[in-house]
Design a protein around this ligand. Structure first.
Ligand code: ATP
Ligand code: MG
Length: 575
């Protein structure tokens, strides 16, 4: 595939669109890849569309290789299906709803568990037809609260979604592993610097879900990873290894109430008492499925409400309101675990239970207790891992050191189990004629988001630097002055030759100044460049690698060899 730039719909911009906060959004808009129609809704221009197609092709090849079958499900879905799974209410305002002319409710699919489960339920009823994995690459709709970062968080975006149906848990484990491995190959081939991370699977637990994170400072998720092994997990999920702190204290001090006027936060307490943050207990009141719970962590730790939710196997965890605090005899800013009503449950992070001589709120305005001893001065109903991991903590796998990085979620694999098949009655008859619910997994890739993540990772101050495998073209062929016959003819000759050699070439045949052409070329970021300029009469051209800037003057007869060699190097970077 080759193209002449004079014919291409490629409106580059010098100015950065005002809504573009991050570099990938700016570069994708400036290079003419995308145009915004309305907040979070974009047109893919020819250049952007070519990149999308390359990513889709890689995804298709790897999904097919893993044994998944491509289908194409409707974007319009009847509300009844969503009522069956109770997601009509649970999904909330992110769900794009619409009515047909008969006032029947529909949604624009944000995901396809309902549709695919009904499809399989209606067409498969025996173990003999299972397992099966169905996928599609399709436009999804989500009315995001805050569409931003261009196509990274859009309201209409392209996703690959796959759904596996198995007869046993072991079968699901296998399907999941196949997808996990396919995802590793996909993101490697796309050229992303990524990491699969363990994520929170709620009640399913265990290794029930991984997110594939493209590492980037603009990422919305924090990843805790180990500096010595391949352990990586989301902040909400990462397990904390408890290390007991040695104390040489022998004599027990008795509980003391201290006046602490206006001293509420840990920072204020540290200033007031002149002690380290680890000398305090931080207490936060939550509403856990209708019950009031005080969760305790050490003052230098952060409470993780997902872990709290998992501790109770709860459906909903929210911060307790001021009214609820008052109703339970608790005082905002001075909450503590001592002398609380028996309607309040006190739970604690593991690190709290053997703290000694600590300070905590007294449940009375402007007072704290000092010399507190958990177990003596108050009882803990449940103890467990309730805090966020911190940098410098021990790796739960190998004992190495935990570091933090930011990531953009480009893929997600999830063991659904029977959550949908049970609600929707997707059952099969096993070998003994017994009816059982199918065991499902779901697997998503943000195709359009992955393109933006790639730009976020691969650019310099002049523009994009595409990895070979997803570049819109391989070679940018630039005659400096198209009015010069020698240059034009040599460029045409090369255009033909490179095309025949299998390269995808963009020929900049525009009658523009050299500076404009080179600026646009840097912006668009095609991996290899061949410049036909002043030495065209001697059949000399300049070949340049966008990524390294390395340039070389070559005779036309040597060009093909050079390009083959360089392309092989660039391909190797995505393997
Ligand atoms: P996020 O936490 O970023 O909202 P999600 O957990 O809602 O993502 P999934 O439902 O797992 O996402 O969707 C599968 C994939 O689709 C995600 O891994 C992501 O790459 C992509 N994706 C999700 N929401 C959007 C969006 N608004 N715009 C672009 N891509 C998205
Ligand atoms: Mg989301």
């Amino acid at each position: 595939m080759t193209l002449r730039q004079t014919k291409m719909f490629l409106p580059t911009l010098r100015e950065v669109p005002s809504e573009a906060e991050i570099i990938s959004h700016q570069l994708m808009a400036r290079s003419g890849m995308i145009r915004q129609l309305v907040s979070g809704v974009y047109t893919y221009m020819p250049l952007g569309h070519r990149v999308l197609r390359k990513v889709q092709q890689i995804v298709r090849e790897e999904m097919d290789r893993a044994g998944a079958q491509e289908i194409s499900m409707p974007a319009i879905q009847p509300a009844e299906l969503w009522q069956e799974t109770e997601r009509w209410d649970a999904y909330g305002p992110e769900l794009m709803r619409l009515k047909d002319r008969h006032h029947r409710d529909f949604v624009l699919g944000p995901t396809h568990e309902e549709v695919v489960t009904s499809l399989v339920r209606d067409n498969i009823n025996t173990y003999k037809k299972l397992p099966i994995n169905l996928y599609q690459i399709q436009t999804k709709f989500r009315d995001e609260v805050r569409p931003r970062f261009g196509v990274i968080r859009a309201r209409e975006f392209i996703m690959k979604d796959a759904y596996s149906f198995d007869t046993t848990r072991e079968g699901l484990d296998q399907s999941y592993e196949d997808m996990y491995n396919a995802y590793k190959r996909i993101f490697t081939r796309v050229g992303l610097n990524f990491r699969p991370v363990e994520a929170d699977a709620g009640a399913i637990g265990g290794k029930g879900t991984h997110e594939f994170m493209a590492l980037s400072d603009i990422g919305e998720d924090t990843i805790a990873y180990c500096d010595s092994c391949d352990y990586a997990a989301n902040l909400e999920k990462a397990e904390v290894v408890f290390k007991a702190v040695e104390t040489n204290q022998t004599e027990e001090k008795s509980l003391e109430k201290v006046s602490t006027p206006g001293v509420k936060t840990i920072e204020q307490l540290v200033g007031f008492f002149g002690k380290g943050a680890d000398s305090f207990i931080k207490a936060v009141a939550f509403h856990v499925d209708g019950q009031l719970v005080i969760a305790l962590v050490r003052g230098d730790h952060e409470i993780n409400d997902i872990k709290l939710k998992n501790m109770f196997d709860a459906n909903v965890v929210t911060m307790a309101s001021d009214e609820e605090l008052i109703a339970h005899g608790l005082t905002s800013g001075f909450i503590g675990p001592i002398n609380v009503s028996d309607k309040v449950q006190v739970v604690a992070d593991i690190a709290v239970q053997n703290m000694v001589d600590v300070i905590c709120g007294a449940n009375e305005a402007d007072y704290h207790f000092a010399n507190v001893k958990p177990g003596r001065d108050f009882q803990i109903a449940r103890t467990g891992d309730l805090r966020n991991i911190q940098e410098g903590d021990e790796c739960p796998r190998c004992g190495g050191e935990i570091l933090f990085a930011r990531g953009i979620e480009v893929g997600h694999v999830f063991k659904l189990g029977i959550r949908y098949s049970e609600k929707m009655g997707a059952k099969f008859l096993d070998e003994n004629g017994k009816e059982k619910p199918m065991i499902m997994g779901c697997y998503g890739i943000g195709i359009s988001r992955a393109v933006a993540a790639s730009v976020e990772q691969n650019h310099d101050e002049n523009g994009i630097i595409w990895p070979w495998t997803i570049a819109p073209f391989h070679i940018h062929l630039i005659p400096v002055n198209v009015k010069n016959d020698e240059q034009r003819m040599l460029a045409e000759e090369l255009y033909e030759k490179l095309q025949n050699a299998g390269f995808e070439v963009l020929l900049d045949d525009r009658p523009e100044r050299a500076g404009v052409k080179f600026k646009d070329a840097d912006l668009i970021g095609i991996p290899l460049r061949v410049v036909v300029g002043g030495k065209a009469a001697e059949k000399q051209v300049e070949c340049k690698v966008r990524k390294t800037g390395e340039a070389q003057d070559l005779h036309v007869d040597a060009v093909l060899n050079y390009l083959n060699e360089k392309s092989a190097e660039l391909i190797a970077e995505c393997q």
